[in-house]
Write a protein that binds this ligand. Structure first.
Ligand code: AMP
Length: 574
């Protein structure tokens, strides 16, 4: 049987897992780590760096790297790195390709298929974009599943006999999802889901960074534009401070200089956990809305929720855990690592697809997270007015689902009807998201009011197909909702060729790059008495990296490793 890997393609970090010997297992990357930062960099040579090495490069050369591009999936946004214009789909494909290569190394064989997770609240265009990123990485995407559903699958897999109403709260780097599900004897039924696409742990880091800038009299937004190096380093320091505040009451954060450097002369600001909680309050207020929406849709009170599961790195923040126990009146569960449950669940989903015996007693049903409908004309006060929205599939309908509705022509002798498809909850289309259009162009001449049937089919991947037809005609007009990301087969092949032409930075060199970066950072940390000794070892290693003599290289590497260890900064060679 071929291996289908499960991938959690995260805003900040991505992970990969596989179902083996009746268990989901995580796959380590080239550095032996389970989390691969979702960061892409392009080197001067044109080679692509993905993961920790790119994240490190982003601190010293932010203009050559990009992170957080998951937030732009489904949009037309592009970034230019070293004169190469890249879309979020292409950037995501680099991350997926890197994970695919890690899996191939780990499994010692080719990997061609994957289950990829997306935030429950991702819309149709974002899901398609994710699927496309998989194709560009050389992966056939067997299923797109919602991240909280994947998390629930992991818990469900370990707790098959349970019977309860549980809420999964997933706060990752850039998105927030809430999902309510019913668990009953191995069956997991998603009842309702809601979320926000631009609200995650990174916003908490930004609040901290903005506060520090304010304290030293620097407007944050302006500094983002004029001092990118300083902001990149400040964000890094704030990220660390945010994590430290999980265990400590106070933290001191160093504010870097304009050029991103930080020495004993740079400003230091003290932040308490209490102050961080105050800074976080506006973000916590925004988290409330989707939680209430889900409870309303499921017709439940907070007291009826039996259990809360926390997923996503940002749920480690005590301020978040406190907020959750206030909102849902029960202590959140987080005994499984919140960074890992989604990828593990994607591997469980892969096992379900492959009919693995270990999951034969599990059943899972999911829902459509958004209301889907079409634009209609209304007659109000004797006047025809356009721009109104009629839902066809209501949010939180169990999927797969197919629903029909009959609409009518509005003008006499109207031979063409263009039906615009939208997603959203507003009564007016202008406030919803336009997904595409289907046109019926065989309407026979006649009076207004001729019936046209619209059929919406929403599949298990959360992808929508719309059909429109005259009731008595055999001719069907179908559109798989098109966005700018749909491509013809030729266009796809061309895009795959273009992506494959990007060479990845050699896998083994990534470890050395990582060591070099670690050693460089350590130079500024060691006791000044030993700085020269370390710097000389680093110089030798850097020279040896490009010299091409394996013997000299091995000696320089061993020398640097032992120098670091002897100074009390051993390099983790996992
Ligand atoms: P994810 O996308 O699930 O990997 O979540 C990444 C987010 O979790 C980032 O915003 C991190 O800053 C945040 N995060 C990870 N670990 C911690 C921690 N110990 N304390 C606070 N935030 C964390």
């Amino acid at each position: 049987m071929t291996n289908i890997i499960g991938i959690d393609l995260g805003t900040t970090n991505s992970l990969c897992a596989v179902f083996q010997n009746g268990q989901p297992r995580l796959i380590p990357n080239a550095l032996g780590q389970l989390l691969t930062p979702s960061v892409v960099g392009i080197l001067e040579s044109g080679e692509v760096l993905v993961g920790a090495a790119a994240k490190e490069l982003a601190v010293t050369s932010p203009e050559t790297c990009v992170a957080r591009f998951k937030q732009w999936m489904g949009s037309d946004r592009k970034v230019t790195l070293r004169n190469r214009e890249l879309t979020p789909v292409e950037l995501s494909s680099f991350v997926l390709r890197s994970l695919k290569e890690d899996a191939e190394r780990f499994l010692n064989g080719q990997v061609a298929e994957a289950v990829i997770t997306v935030p429950a609240y991702f819309n149709d265009g974002q899901r398609r974009a994710t699927k496309m990123a998989g194709s560009l990485a050389g992966l056939k995407v067997r299923r797109i599943i919602n991240e909280p559903t994947a998390a629930a699958l992991t818990y469900g897999f370990h707790d098959k006999k349970a019977e309860k109403q549980l809420v999964v709260l997933d706060l990752g780097g850039g998105t927030f999802d809430v999902t309510l599900m019913e668990v009953f004897d191995g069956s997991l039924e998603i009842v309702a889901t809601a979320g926000e696409n631009f609200l995650g742990g990174e916003e908490f880091t930004d609040r901290l960074a903005a506060e520090l800038c304010k304290r030293i009299g620097l407007p944050f937004e302006q500094a983002e534009l004029t001092q990118p190096l300083m902001i990149a380093r400040l964000r890094q320091n704030c990220e660390l401070a945010k994590r430290t505040l999980a265990d400590s009451d106070q933290v001191v954060v160093r504010v870097p200089n304009k050029d991103g450097s930080a020495g004993s002369e740079s400003a230091e600001v003290q932040i308490s956990r209490h102050e961080f909680a105050r800074l976080s309050q506006p973000l916590l207020d925004r988290l409330q809305r989707p939680i209430h929406k889900v409870l309303r849709d499921a017709n439940l009170t907070p007291e009826q929720v039996d259990e809360v599961i926390l997923v996503g790195g940002a749920t480690r923040m005590p301020v978040l855990q406190q907020f959750v126990s206030e909102q849902l009146a029960c202590q959140p569960r987080c005994e499984l690592n919140p960074d890992q449950v989604v990828a593990l669940g994607a591997a469980v989903q892969a096992a379900l697809i492959q009919d693995d015996a270990a999951v034969e007693d599990m059943v899972m049903t999911d829902v459509c997270p958004h209301t889907l409908g079409v634009e209609v004309v209304k007659e109000l006060g004797g006047q025809l007015r356009d721009g109104y929205y009629t839902p066809i599939i209501h949010r939180n309908t169990t999927i797969p689902v197919s629903k029909e509705q009959t609409l009518f022509t509005v003008h006499p002798n109207q031979t063409v009807v263009n039906i615009a498809v939208y997603q959203g909850e507003s009564r007016r289309v202008a406030e919803n998201v336009r997904l595409g259009q289907v046109s019926v162009n065989n309407v026979p001449l006649g009076p207004a009011g001729q019936p046209i049937v619209i059929r919406f089919t929403y599949d298990v991947n959360g992808i929508l197909e719309v059909e429109a037809f005259m009731q008595d005609s055999k001719e069907r007009f179908v559109t798989v909702i098109s966005t700018d990301h749909s491509m013809t087969d030729e266009e796809l092949e061309e895009a795959q060729r273009r992506m494959q032409a990007f060479k990845f930075y050699p896998r083994d060199d990534i470890r050395n790059r990582h060591l070099l970066h670690y050693a460089e950072q350590t130079v500024g940390e060691v006791n000044p008495l030993f700085r020269d000794q370390l710097e000389s070892a680093v110089d030798h290693f850097e020279t040896a990296m490009s010299a091409g003599d394996p013997e000299i290289f091995d000696t320089a590497r061993t020398n640097l490793l032992s120098c670091l260890a002897s100074l009390g900064f051993p390099f983790d060679q996992a």
